[in-house]
Design a protein around this ligand. Structure first.
Ligand SMILES: [Zn+2]
Ligand SMILES: [Zn+2]
Length: 370
């Protein structure tokens, strides 16, 4: 299965002509999962190779506008790209995000009279008080749902923190387990961990032939982990005839933060193939960054080191950092300096540092068997 990640917006605070507001797409075999949806994401999407109609799940890290203002418009855009054939049973777009998101969508879609051709459900994560300063917590009146469901809205789940693992289980299916975890920011913010399940290794066909097994349903049963009994009575165990399992990939995408809450998330992110971490300002502005609930390259590097990530991708840059391609001689704020700062902090490790730019597509290759 192919897996890659495309950055649609890598700027913080607002979209600018040279950097879109936060949004990235994780693509697995053509299915697109969108992480954050800043203003202008639909235009960025049209300028990319991705297709809006392929978005099946959306994850919103927190309710700041630079991560959310694009969502109602994007949903309408996806609807335009949807085949209106009434025979077709359209699947529900699942949207995950902090408490308040359900109300935000119901109000914006409702007041604008926006109808969608597909159903959607908002699954809300319950934040805890430790995730932000007191002024960042939303009052009950702000997050309480209001009015009836939007005509295309299906009932979503409310997901609470699992105290034992310090994480939120968003969903699991035969291919993936997706969890969220708590971050500290000016408002409650979350990180997401997409864990692909390990897959069985290839069948040792030569050995199977020697055992007298012909290709067919029995091969499928062995691959699915079942034992098979031959006519002779000999039991063939999957472990005998399967090569080593193919380890699942792990992708961790953190929303805005100045720190991660708890040990559980660090364990969850251990060994990530890709860790996407914000680096809003350079190390020399650490105090300002932390004051605003943000991180520096050095802080992002420390997380990547603790988690033994293979690759650290920096994004969510202050708009003062122009993309390298637009950099002019004498420009003071140089985005490549942010990479240098992270690399310096990871000098004695094997973590690779990547600077995200709008429209960068990062392939996430399969891992070799352990
Ligand atoms: Zn932001
Ligand atoms: Zn923010």
């Amino acid at each position: 299965m192919t897996m890659d990640m495309t950055f649609l917006g890598t700027g913080s605070a607002y979209p600018s002509p040279h950097r879109g507001a936060s949004a990235l797409v994780l693509r697995t075999d053509g299915d697109c999962w969108l992480f954050d949806c800043g203003e202008g994401t639909q235009i960025q999407l049209m300028r990319s190779q991705l297709r809006a109609g392929r978005i099946t799940k959306i994850f919103i890290s927190h309710l700041h506008g630079d991560h959310l203002f694009g969502l109602p418009g994007l949903l309408c855009r996806v609807s335009l790209n949807t085949n209106p054939n009434p025979e077709q049973n359209l699947s529900c777009v699942d949207i995950y995000g902090p408490q308040g998101l359900r109300r935000f969508l119901r109000v914006t879609l409702g007041l604008t009279g926006s109808q969608l051709l597909f159903p959607y459900a908002v699954h809300e994560l319950e934040p805890t008080p430790e995730q932000s300063p007191e002024e960042g917590r939303l009052s009950l009146e702000m997050t309480t749902e209001c009015g009836p469901l939007h005509p295309q809205e299906q009932l979503g789940r409310t997901i609470s923190l699992d105290i034992s693992s310090d994480c939120y289980l968003l969903f699991e299916d035969p291919k993936f387990v997706v969890k969220a975890f708590r971050l500290f920011h000016r408002v409650p913010s979350f990180g997401f961990c997409v864990q692909e399940r390990d897959r069985p290794g290839r069948l040792k066909t030569e050995l199977l032939k020697e055992l007298g097994l012909k290709p067919g349903p029995l091969y499928g049963r062995l691959k699915a982990g079942e034992s098979v009994t031959l006519e002779s009575g000999r039991v063939v165990l999957p472990s005998e005839v399967l090569e080593e399992a193919i380890p699942g990939r792990k992708v961790c995408i953190l929303g805005d933060c100045s720190s991660i809450l708890g040990i559980g998330p660090l364990m969850l992110c251990t060994g990530a193939d890709v860790l996407v971490h914000e680096a809003t300002l350079g190390n020399e502005q650490k105090e300002k960054a932390v004051d605003h609930g943000h991180s520096t390259p050095e802080m992002a590097a420390a997380v990547a080191r603790t988690c033994c990530a293979l690759r650290l991708v920096l994004y969510h840059f202050s708009q003062r950092y122009k993309p390298s391609s637009l950099q002019k001689e004498g420009d003071e704020d140089c985005v490549s300096e942010l990479r240098r700062q992270a690399e310096e902090a990871l000098e004695d490790s094997s973590v690779e540092v990547i600077l995200a730019e709008d429209f960068l597509t990062l392939p996430i290759p399969l891992r070799k068997p352990k």
